[in-house]
Design a binder for this molecule. Structure first.
Ligand SMILES: [Zn+2]
Length: 543
């Protein structure tokens, strides 16, 4: 009976057959090129279109991919490590193929950093039946076959010679292909740089290498103290109460304050706010944008590893004696609040507004009065890190009563929904952020008598909603679409905060960016320090 079972028959076949190592490597290279590169060939065809004249080049790309894969696998696989290595590569490639095919994300060094920093809760949103199918077909089944196979024992020397031959052949074929199609490849490498980001597994190999090299090459150790001289202006006798709201994945063009045709800011528009219409982000993902915002480094000279070893603006204001509190309903503070009071609002342990595993941003306002009461001296700066429009499950990001735009996409498989359904769910989440921000403003109004109050909201990055087949965010900055980089930003000031709103509204029309966050926060807290640069402060000269 056992032998009738097909799977078993295959296993027995593999177990009993002794295979040569180089043949397994070649098979894996062919398999991955043909099965795990849908996104790559789809993008290539988008650019070059499929016709009799482009077909030879497209076939040559497939040959090149196989050759590159063979070169990498022969270089990396040694002795007993060969099987585990091939299995790891098949498993990783299955995930990469799924995310590229489904969300059009590419695995660059930033994305590797992002993946390493993502917690299980966040990734749970991404699980789906399709993901299981990808992992099973591209990862698990071939891995089981590799596991069962036994390599023919021919001695180290013979294996080495065979691998050297395979390596040489792959290199030779790759060179011939590049020479024969040299015109096409010149355009491929120079003008269509993004295409190579989809080569699976070659590009993520490169990215892992790039990440490791970046990680190792950094001489940064310890913590550089900055702004030790920070002091509150002698003229400033009033107490400040400032709330900094760090948004998540909100798009500027989906705020009706910026002219969006749908009313997504019904509450904010009633408040006396200042809306910044040309604000751009430092990165296209949380792990870059959030530390960059709070860092004194600007986008041009920002490096995550470096920023992690220099104090940020929260440290500087703490030097001046400001009380700092970070409440987080997102993943975490990405290292920004390491030295500040940090409260996790992602679970019902602290957050009193959770339903079905999802905790609301509003919950972060609960109990803030007590925090303020228990800090009777000094200024107070509170950071609220929102869940906001974290995708792909936008429909989970708001309570039922905010489902104004319908029907909504109720899947994390965005490509299974229409663009309209995705946008509807996304806009409902923006509507909920509008409610949250207006509630924050009204909370501050309650403290107007005792404090100079202010709120500064800005999103960490934008989001793609299916334009040109792109979803979510995290695209390499240089080639990311504007919607991932152009973010909404809003300020609000209480009655005692000295600011010339007319002047500020003029300035709010100009191009601004996260680069000015550090110095503007220093101004919010009315702090003098040698690290302060007035040219990067939005509020400079506005009082
Ligand atoms: Zn984010």
């Amino acid at each position: 009976m056992r032998n009738l079972f097909f799977g078993d028959a295959v296993f027995t076949f593999f177990k009993s057959t002794q295979v040569l190592q180089w043949k397994v490597i070649l098979t894996v290279a062919f398999f991955l090129t043909l099965v795990a590169n849908t996104a790559f060939f789809k993008h290539v065809i988008d650019v070059y279109s499929l016709s009799w004249s482009t077909l030879p080049f497209i076939v040559s790309l497939a040959i090149l991919l196989v050759s590159v894969c063979v070169i990498l696998l022969t270089l990396l696989s040694w002795g007993r490590a060969t099987k585990p290595l091939l299995i790891i590569i098949l498993m990783a490639s299955s995930f990469v193929a799924y995310f590229m095919d489904t969300y059009d994300v590419v695995i660059d060094a930033h994305m590797i950093e992002n993946i390493l920093q993502t917690n299980l809760n966040e990734s749970a949103d991404l699980f789906s039946v399709t993901l299981i199918l990808y992992v099973a077909l591209i990862g698990i089944i071939p891995s089981i076959l590799i596991y069962r196979v036994s390599f023919r024992d021919e001695g180290i020397k013979a294996v080495l010679i065979e691998k050297a031959k395979l390596f040489g052949a792959a290199l030779g074929i790759a060179l011939v292909v590049l020479v024969v199609f040299n015109k096409n490849y010149t355009s491929f490498f120079r003008e269509h740089k993004p295409l190579r980001y989809y080569a699976n597994p070659a590009y993520y190999f490169y990215s892992v290498g790039h990440y490791v090299q970046k990680f190792l090459s950094h001489p940064y150790t310890g913590l550089q103290i900055i702004g030790k001289d920070a002091k509150i202006s002698a003229t400033d006798v009033d107490r400040e109460l400032v709330i900094l709201v760090v948004g998540e994945a909100a798009r500027w063009d989906h705020f009706s304050l910026n002219g969006y045709s749908r009313e997504t800011n019904p509450l904010l528009k009633k408040e006396d706010i200042i809306n910044f219409s040309q604000f751009s982000s430092c990165g296209t993902e949380t792990a870059v944008s959030v530390p960059c915002m709070f860092s004194s480094l600007t986008r041009d000279n920002y490096e995550g590893e470096k920023a992690g070893h220099i104090e940020n603006v929260l440290d500087v204001i703490a030097h001046a004696g400001v009380n700092v509190l970070w409440r987080d309903n997102n993943s975490d503070s990405k290292g920004v609040a390491l030295r500040a009071t940090y409260e996790d609002y992602k679970s019902s342990d602290k957050n009193t507004m959770c339903e079905g595993g999802e905790c609301r941003d509003e919950g972060m306002l609960v109990g803030l009065d007590e925090y303020i009461k228990s800090h009777p001296k000094g200024d107070i700066v509170i950071v609220l890190h929102q869940m906001g429009n974290h995708g792909p499950a936008y429909y989970k990001r708001y309570p039922k009563e905010f489902e104004k735009f319908t029907p909504v996409c109720k899947s994390n498989q965005l490509e299974q929904c229409s663009e309209q359904e995705i946008t509807n769910a996304y806009d409902n989440a923006i509507l909920y952020t509008d409610h949250f921000l207006s509630k924050t403003i009204n909370f501050l109004k309650g403290h107007n008598d005792k404090f100079e109050t202010a709120m500064f909201y800005v999103s960490d990055h934008g989001e793609s909603l299916g334009e040109k087949g792109l979803y979510l965010h995290g695209f390499p900055y240089a080639i990311a679409p504007e919607v991932q980089k152009h973010v909404p930003a809003v300020m609000w000031f209480g009655k005692h905060f000295e600011v010339n709103k007319r002047k500020l509204r003029e300035k709010a029309k100009e191009p601004l960016s996260h680069d000015s966050y550090f110095h503007t926060v220093l101004n919010f807290a009315e702090i003098n320090s040698s690290v302060y640069q007035s040219e990067l402060d939005i509020l400079h000269g506005i009082h």
